[in-house]
Design a protein around this ligand. Structure first.
Ligand code: NOJ
Length: 768
């Protein structure tokens, strides 16, 4: 969990929220010009008013306080403070920002100033902008004004926000202000100037600040997420993060070209080779300037993509599955980006990492109750902040998290067409409505993340992938009637709920996907009420007997422990899903004494020995250890049993498997068969009527309780057992939102709570 000194905050930028005031004396910035160009911004929007923060900042900062925000990262608008970019300072702007910061501090909110979040002065743009060799000095002059005017009341500074965005979108692709597609050599010169400007700002801030200040830069980049935790995939993802795999027309979109010079004093070798023909001369003085020591690396992380190592160990990007989750703007949702992004950065640069931005755009709506129920954003934030915690818990030095963003605002070229805020802004009347996500985030900050899912034990329904078993006596009805993909023509058993080593079911959904039931039993025992047994106690099978099964008997726990290497004995029960008219099963025998029993077995007097009992569909039969039994051809059965695979075969009708008779266990059988057998009525229960929509108990013995339900419509119940196995043996329906059908098996874990069933289904459930 996060400790008390972790910095929780929100982030914003000046241009996106401030708006203008005729009297404010601000100069024009490149975005003011850009938004006026036809076709540049969705719906022709501009940011002349936006959230009107210049007039409403006291209300908004108060709102931040009410919502528990402790750190606020915002940018100063360079062209508001120095309208011409250099020269005369606009004292009104200085006063406004000082008032703003003092008000924040009064409210207990710690300011983080970004000097530059893309509000480039138009006047300087006309003199060459970042391409000009003078641009580092221009930025230094502005940094000096910031240091002199704000360092007494603000300790934390970020020089430049997300240089990749304004370099790439603004100067390579041309979709952001100033809308350029620079020739490559010029764009490399520009990035070099920006890095020098960063270095100059660090020097100036340190020199002119009233006290020691903390300084960082805040780049961004999508994070390659290794598709497995194999070292080759991890290394491939790391290579992709710091490497140069973009096409040249997208070149400024990378990470190490910006961070290596700052942290290592040199450009990365791989980039130097790839870009050799476009590069300007980099002098030692330049590199010294760029690599001024900084205190932290900020990083905006929003998304990731899966990567694996190809045969040469090179990163190979994996296609996303159709329908994989995305935000409103279409960015892929992959929460692990937070973990790997922080980890890779910290391991390479060994500096504290601050997540300077993370958040989700959505098409939020105000509901009839007047509130904004942005559950999708809560889900996104929960998953992403949980992954930050994962890195933090592993000792990665992540020191803060700034959610992007507090207020819905002007999202650059996309105008107001999507919303990133945790506070909804009505852009007609500037009314604010606190979204559900803000309340949720308040709780995160107040508890240092105790409410995050990483700190809660998930208890989802465990849907299982059954293991199918071929048997000499098996048929094909598990395919035709139950819809399973059969591995062959003689499939006798479907181990629907099993953690047995001979057939361990995997979970097919949710956070435990891919884990086997026995792994969950070992590692997540809380799902099963922290039961003390050394193995998952039950095994549930569907059996299709095309032919008779052998005549057999099972040992009890004591006998199995001694003779079968510690296995459990086997008590089992059968629910007859289907059988032919006039069908009979073998349950018990006719020998009256042990001697008679041995004689009948050794002499092969099977007709005399075997006791047949008539059965019908819907009957229920308990088979205790020591009871001779056999399932006969034509029966489909749901079997619930102790988690054991021990069977002693007494007689196999002389059948051959692969040309040989199957092994018999005559002596062990004679050891364990109960003589005389108990009356058939003690084992066979004719279940006459099952009342609809309730669990009807079929049996409760020392090893299990088994229930049946005929569902018709809807029913609610509370799962209060240590766990509850459920198998759908007929029909289809829904369990808490998930569509289920005949042949599905699932476990309702301990503490699952309310279960809502709907549909027309027959269900068999079991627990201990
Ligand atoms: C990064 C930028 O810094 C910010 O201005 C923008 O609004 C968010 N990403 C979301 O796109």
């Amino acid at each position: 969990m996060f400790r008390d000194d972790f910095m929780w905050g929100v982030a914003s930028s000046a241009y996106q929220i401030e708006g203008k005031d005729k009297e404010d004396g601000a100069g024009e910035c490149i975005w003011d010009r850009f938004v006026k160009e036809k076709g540049r911004i969705t719906d022709g929007a501009d940011a002349d008013v936006s959230c009107d923060f210049v007039h409403k900042y006291k209300e908004d900062i108060s709102l931040m306080k009410y919502m528990g925000i402790r750190h606020y990262r915002f940018s100063l608008n360079w062209s508001r403070i120095i309208p011409g970019g250099t020269g005369k300072v606009n004292e009104k702007a200085v006063k406004m920002y000082r008032d703003m910061i003092l008000f924040m501090k009064e409210k207990g909110i710690e300011p983080f100033i970004s000097l530059f979040h893309w509000e480039y002065p138009q006047r300087l743009q006309e003199q060459g902008g970042w391409v000009s060799h003078q641009s580092p000095e221009w930025f230094g002059e502005y940094a000096k004004v910031a240091a002199k005017n704000f360092s007494d009341i603000c300790e934390n500074f970020i020089t430049i926000d997300e240089p990749q965005c304004f370099c790439n979108f603004g100067h390579v692709r041309g979709t952001h202000a100033p809308g350029y597609q620079l020739p490559l050599p010029l764009s490399f010169q520009m990035v070099h100037n920006i890095l020098k400007a960063h270095g100059r700002a660090v020097q100036v801030l340190r020199k002119y600040a009233d006290r020691p200040v903390k300084i960082g830069i805040a780049p961004t980049y999508s994070v390659p997420v290794p598709c497995t935790e194999e070292s080759a995939d991890i290394e491939a993802a790391r290579r992709a993060y710091f490497g140069f795999y973009e096409e040249m027309d997208n070149w400024a979109w990378n990470l190490s070209w910006y961070l290596d010079p700052i942290l290592f004093g040199k450009y990365p070798k791989e980039g130097m080779e790839k870009f050799a023909s476009y590069l300007p001369r980099f002098s030692k003085e330049d590199m010294d300037l760029i690599s001024q020591p900084i205190d932290f690396i900020g990083q905006g992380i929003y998304n990731g993509y899966a990567v694996r190592a190809d045969k040469e160990g090179e990163p190979e990007v994996l296609e996303r599955k159709p329908g994989a989750p995305k935000t409103a703007v279409g960015w892929s949702i992959m929460p692990e980006c937070m973990y790997w992004g922080s980890k890779f950065l910290y391991e390479r640069y060994k500096k504290p990492v601050i997540i300077t931005e993370n958040g989700m755009s959505a098409l939020d709506v105000v509901s009839e109750d007047g509130r904004v129920h942005d559950q999708n954003r809560i889900h996104y934030l929960d998953a992403h902040i949980s992954q930050v915690q994962r890195a933090y818990d592993e000792g990665i030095d992540v020191t803060g998290y700034f959610l992007w963003t507090f207020l819905d605002n002007f999202e650059w070229e996309r105008g107001y067409s999507e919303r990133f805020g945790i506070v909804y802004v009505d852009f007609e009347n500037r009314k604010r409505t606190v979204k559900d996500s803000a309340y949720w985030y308040q709780n995160v900050m107040n508890t240092n993340g105790r409410n995050l899912s990483i700190n809660r034990k998930p208890r989802p329904i465990l849907f299982l992938n059954p293991v199918l078993k071929e048997m000499v006596w098996g048929g094909s009805r598990l395919g035709t009637d139950f819809g399973y993909q059969l591995p062959g023509n003689e499939v006798g058993e479907c181990w629907g709920i099993s953690a047995h080593p001979n057939g361990d079911d995997g979970v097919d959904d949710n956070c435990f996907i891919g884990k086997t039931l026995s792994e969950l039993w070992e590692n997540e025992r809380y799902l099963f009420g922290n039961l003390k047994e050394d193995r998952f106690p039950l095994l549930v099978k569907v059996i299709d007997a095309k032919q008779n099964l052998s005549i057999q008997v099972h040992p009890d726990d004591g006998y199995a422990k001694e003779h079968e290497g510690g296995s459990l004995g086997k008590t089992e029960c059968w629910y007859i899903i289907d059988c032919e008219e006039g069908a009979e099963l073998v349950v018990g025998h006719n020998a009256r004494t042990k001697e008679e029993l041995e004689n009948m077995i050794h002499e092969g007097k099977w007709d005399a020995f075997i006791r047949r009992v008539p059965i019908r569909k819907g009957d229920f039969i308990q088979i205790d250890p020591g009871t001779v039994h056999a399932i006969t051809s034509g029966c489909m059965i749901l079997e619930t049993q102790q988690n054991s695979d021990i069977t002693y075969r007494v007689y196999d009708y002389g059948r051959l498997k692969d040309g040989k008779p199957r092994e018999l266990h005559v002596e062990k059988s004679i050891d364990v068969i109960e003589v005389p057998a108990k009356p058939a009525e003690d084992s066979v229960k004719n279940v006459k009527e099952i009342l609809e929509n309730q669990w009807v108990e079929l049996i409760a013995c020392d090893y299990y309780k088994v229930y049946k339900m005929n569902l018709n419509g809807m029913m609610l119940f509370e799962q209060t057992h240590p766990f509850m196995n459920v198998s759908v043996i007929d029909g289809c329906g829904i369990v808490n939102g998930r569509v289920i059908k005949k042949g599905d098996h699932f476990i309702l874990p301990d503490g699952y709570g309310n279960v809502e069933l709907a549909g027309e289904m027959e269900l068999i459930a079991s627990t201990v």
